[in-house]
Design a protein around this ligand. Structure first.
Ligand SMILES: [Zn+2]
Length: 243
C-alpha cells in the first residue's frame, strides 16, 4: 500500500499462536535506497521478501532497518537480512537494544515459550538466540530525534509495550507508524494488546505523547491503516482508559 512517493506499507502474512493475520512493516524510500521499519516474524523471511517485491521495490536496495521494539515478530528476520545484505545498518532505541543483543533476556520470548516450540520454529529460534551477540546497532535512536528517511521522520519514544518501544511520525504525510503502541481491530483504533504489554499504565501514558501531533492516518503493525478525522481525540480517549 502506497502512502506517498516516499512511504509504502507492506502487507506480510503472519502466522502466530493466535492464528493467521497480516503484519505491516514499512518502507521509506529515498535517493540512497530503502529504510525498512521492522523485519517480520522469524521463519517467515520469504514472506517479507515477497511483500517488498509486491510493493514494487528491490530488496537489495535496503540500506537500513529501524526496529520499533524487541519482539520476535519485529526483529525475527534481522539475521536473514544481515546475511543477505551485510552492510545493512540497524537502528533501535537504547532501552531495547540490550535485549536484541542478548545482554538481557527477552521480555516476552521466555525460555518456557521457546521450550514449547517445535520443528523449524524451535531450530531457527535457537539459532537466532545464539547469534544475538553479533548484532550491531549502527545508530541509537533518541526520543525527539529527526532523521532524513522517507522525506523526514521523527522518533517518538513510546515505552510500555516494551521499554524501548518507538513510534515514527512522518509529518509530510501526517502519518504515524505506531508499531505496537496501538492496534487496529475491526476498523477500530485500540490501545496495545494487554496480554503482551508488560507495563500497560506506561503504554497508555505514552499515548499522551502523541496527541499533540498533526496526524491524519496511523499504521499499526497489527491491523494496518487507520484513517479518520479526529485521530488525536481518539488517541486521547485511549490514553485515558487506564488499565
Ligand atoms: Zn508485534
Amino acid at each position: 500500500m502506497q502512502i506517498s512517493t516516499k512511504v509504502k506499507i507492506l502487507e506480510v502474512p503472519f502466522d502466530s499462536a493466535f492464528g493467521p493475520s497480516t503484519i505491516h512493516p514499512a518502507l521509506l524510500k529515498d535517493d540512497d535506497g530503502l529504510t525498512l521499519v521492522d523485519t517480520g516474524m522469524i521463519t517467515q523471511f520469504d514472506r517479507l521478501r515477497d511483500a517488498v517485491a509486491a510493493a514494487g521495490e528491490d530488496f537489495n536496495s535496503i540500506k537500513r532497518v529501524i526496529i520499533t521494539h524487541q519482539d520476535i515478530d519485529h526483529i525475527g528476520n534481522m539475521g536473514a537480512i544481515a546475511d543477505l545484505l551485510p552492510d545493512t545498518a540497524f537502528l533501535a532505541h537504547e532501552a531495547d537494544i540490550p535485549y536484541i543483543t542478548g545482554d538481557k533476556p527477552f521480555l516476552k520470548l521466555s525460555p518456557e515459550r521457546i521450550s514449547q516450540m517445535e520443528g523449524v520454529m524451535r531450530e531457527e529460534t535457537d539459532a537466532f538466540l545464539r547469534r544475538l551477540p553479533d548484532f550491531r546497532f549502527a545508530h541509537v535512536l533518541e526520543d525527539g530525534e529527526t532523521l532524513p528517511y522517507g522525506g523526514g521522520i521523527q522518533i517518538i519514544h513510546t515505552p510500555g509495550h516494551t521499554p524501548g518501544h518507538i513510534s515514527i511520525y512522518v509529518p509530510g504525510d501526517r502519518l504515524l507508524l505506531a508499531g505496537d503502541a496501538m492496534r487496529v481491530v475491526n476498523s477500530e483504533l485500540l490501545g496495545p494488546a494487554e496480554h503482551v504489554t508488560p507495563d500497560m499504565a506506561q503504554a497508555l501514558a505514552s499515548l499522551d505523547r502523541l496527541v499533540d501531533l498533526d496526524i491524519g492516518q496511523i499504521v499499526c503493525y497489527h491491523g494496518g491503516l487507520y484513517k479518520s478525522d479526529g485521530i488525536s481525540e481518539r488517541i486521547s480517549t485511549l490514553s485515558g482508559i487506564r488499565a
